[in-house]
Design a protein around this ligand. Structure first.
Ligand code: HH2
Length: 259
């Protein structure tokens, strides 16, 4: 399982907002994530936490492009964006993977990724970050989320993206209650014949289980999810705490080799 380290260059991300708002500090942090063992560093310029405000394309590019350009020579960089114009600028700056929490909703996104020949993460969410928690209503959350992801994968293939470049993500915390998140994680082993990314690091449902209000303190619960993702056969886990995840997985995989 590959470890994707999180580098948010935003003022308002739920856990690391405002920490890396100058380019040099962001690049140093990204290089440290590579040194700790991240296989990829995911650079994001728009917070998608519940209730987050939207940013303009220009602002998002201004936040991420200089960081991607300076970080890409040091290791593989993905960019966390829902906008094709931002993705294009990031690919030009050296990014090699697009992480799209909207599942390719921008009509230009899937054709762009097809032309670039890069991989894309298609994540499940409903609505927009500022409204999505109102849409967390499902009869059968696992069936509905994976049916929606299958539709996005069909659209991606129709746009010319080969199956090998498509990664699916159930979108833990995006238009989901804590119970939905747990159901999706429990169901994960049934879905990993495809390439799947799990992003649960420091999210609120972990705090609800452990009684921790502060996101930065949710390390142990985040590690528990990473170990579960490994056992479930996930291809990627997206985490804030790279060094701790690498160490936990080193012991876990020595005991239980990858499925
Ligand atoms: N979660 C977040 C952002 N991007 N991308 C994928 N593929 N999967 C996720 O679960 C996911 C994601 C939210 O976490 P974070 O980046 O830490 O916070 P914010 O959106 O507030 O910047």
């Amino acid at each position: 399982m590959k470890i994707v380290g999180i580098l948010n260059v935003t003022p308002d991300s739920f856990s690391d907002g405002g920490r890396h708002d100058d380019v040099a500090a962001a690049v140093a942090f990204g290089r440290a994530l590579f040194a700790e063992g991240a296989h990829l560093v995911d650079v994001g310029g728009e917070s998608t936490r519940p209730g987050a405000a939207a940013v303009s394309v220009d602002e998002e590019c201004a936040r991420i492009v200089p960081v991607v350009r300076a970080l890409a020579p040091h290791g593989p960089v993905s960019v966390d964006t829902r906008r094709a114009a931002v993705a294009r600028a990031a690919l030009d700056a050296g990014a090699t993977l697009i992480n799209d929490v909207s599942g390719g909703a921008d009509p230009d996104m899937l054709p762009l990724v097809a032309r670039a020949g890069c991989a894309i993460v298609l994540m499940h969410m409903r609505g927009e970050p500022d409204t999505m928690q109102r849409l967390a209503v499902y009869d059968d959350v696992c069936a509905e989320v994976w049916a929606a992801l299958d539709e996005r994968a069909v659209a991606a293939r129709a746009a010319g993206i080969p199956e090998g470049n498509i990664v699916l993500d159930p979108g833990i915390g995006f238009a989901k209650t804590a119970a939905h998140n747990l159901a999706l994680l429990r169901d994960l082993p049934r879905r990993t014949s495809r390439s799947v990314l799990v992003g649960a690091s420091r999210k609120a449902f972990i705090g609800a289980l452990t009684g921790q209000a502060r996101a930065a303190e949710r390390l142990e619960g985040s590690l528990a999810v990473a170990l579960h993702a490994q056992d479930a056969g996930a291809a990627y886990v997206r985490v804030h705490d790279v060094a701790a995840t690498v160490r936990a997985l080193a012991v876990w995989t020595a005991i239980r080799p990858a499925p």
